[in-house]
Design a binder for this molecule. Structure first.
Ligand code: CDP
Ligand code: CDP
Length: 226
C-alpha cells in the first residue's frame, strides 16, 4: 500500500482500541499515537504536584510547562514525561479515576488536540482516543468506532490485571468503566461519540485478530479509492 492515510479509532474504555491500533500501525509501518496516554501523563503530574484538577488554570500551567513524548518500543508504547519514563505510572487506579476530570477542561483539550495534530502531520498515522474522528483528525480517511459490552470490557481489563499480577476486582472495574464512559460521553467539550462516517465495530464476541482484519479490509478499500 503506497498512499499513507490517517486512521482514527475511538470508543469507550477497554474496547480494545490501543491493542488493535498498535497492530494495525505495525503492519502498515505507520506511527501509533495513544492520545489517552497524553491525558494520563498530565493527570499523573497534576496529582504528583497536589494540584486541584477541577481548576483549569492550574492544569494549564502544568501542561504548558510539560513535555509529553510517545515512543514505540518492543514492549509497546513508551510514555516519557519531562524526560522521565512514566509508562507504568500513568496506568494506576489513582490516575485512571481522575483522568476524565482533567480531560473535561476546554483549554486542556485545545492544547492536547494541537499537540496531537502536530504529531500526525507526517501522515501514515493510527491514532486512538475519544475525539479523534470528531475533532483531532476530522479528515481521517478511515474512522472506526470500537464498542463492546461493559461486561466484556470489564472482564478484559480484569484478565489483563490478573495477568500482570495486579490486584483486581471485576465488579469494581465494571462500575469504574461505566462511570468513566458516562462522564466522557456527557462532558460539554468534545464528548465521546461516534464520528460521522465512522464504521462501528462491536468487538464483544470478536478476537483481536478478527477486529484487526476488519480494520485492515476497510483501510485497503479506502486506499484503493484514492
Ligand atoms: O485505555 P483506557 O480506555 O482506559 O483509556 P485511555 O484511552 O487511556 O483514556 C483515558 C481517559 O482520557 C479517557 O477516559 C478520557 O477521559 C480521556 N481521553 C479523552 O478525553 N480524549 C482522548 N482523545 C483520549 C482520552
Ligand atoms: O485501548 P482500550 O482501552 O480501548 O483497550 P485495550 O487496552 O486495547 O484492550 C483491553 C484488553 O482487551 C486487552 O487486554 C486486550 O488484549 C483485550 N482485547 C480482547 O480481549 N479482545 C479484543 N477483541 C480486543 C481487546
Amino acid at each position: 500500500m503506497e498512499k499513507k492515510i490517517s486512521i482514527a479509532i475511538d470508543g469507550p474504555a477497554a474496547a480494545g482500541k490501543s491493542t488493535v491500533a498498535k497492530i494495525v500501525a505495525e503492519s502498515l509501518s505507520y506511527i501509533y499515537i495513544d492520545t489517552g496516554a497524553m491525558y494520563r501523563a498530565l493527570t499523573y503530574k497534576a496529582l504528583e504536584m497536589g494540584a486541584d484538577i477541577e481548576q483549569e488554570r492550574e492544569l494549564m500551567d502544568i501542561l504548558l510547562s510539560s513535555k509529553i513524548e510517545l515512543f514505540p518500543s518492543e514492549k509497546g508504547q513508551l510514555v516519557v514525561l519531562d524526560e522521565k519514563d512514566v509508562t507504568n505510572a500513568i496506568r494506576t487506579a489513582n490516575v485512571t479515576n481522575s483522568v476524565s476530570i482533567v480531560a473535561k477542561h476546554r483549554k486542556v483539550r485545545e492544547e492536547m488536540v494541537k499537540r496531537q495534530q502536530k504529531l500526525a502531520l507526517s501522515g501514515g498515522v493510527v491514532m486512538d482516543g475519544r475525539d479523534i474522528g470528531t475533532h483531532v483528525l476530522p479528515n481521517a480517511e478511515v474512522k472506526i468506532f470500537l464498542l463492546a459490552s461493559v461486561e466484556e470490557r470489564a472482564a478484559r481489563r480484569h484478565a489483563e490485571n490478573i495477568d500482570k499480577g495486579y490486584e483486581s476486582d471485576y465488579e469494581t472495574l465494571k462500575k469504574e468503566i461505566a462511570a468513566r464512559d458516562k462522564y466522557d460521553s456527557e462532558r460539554e467539550v468534545a464528548p465521546l461519540t461516534k464520528a460521522e462516517g465512522a464504521t462501528e465495530i462491536d468487538t464483544t464476541s470478536l478476537s483481536i485478530e478478527e477486529v484487526v482484519d476488519r480494520i485492515m479490509t476497510l483501510v485497503k478499500e479506502r486506499v484503493e479509492q484514492l
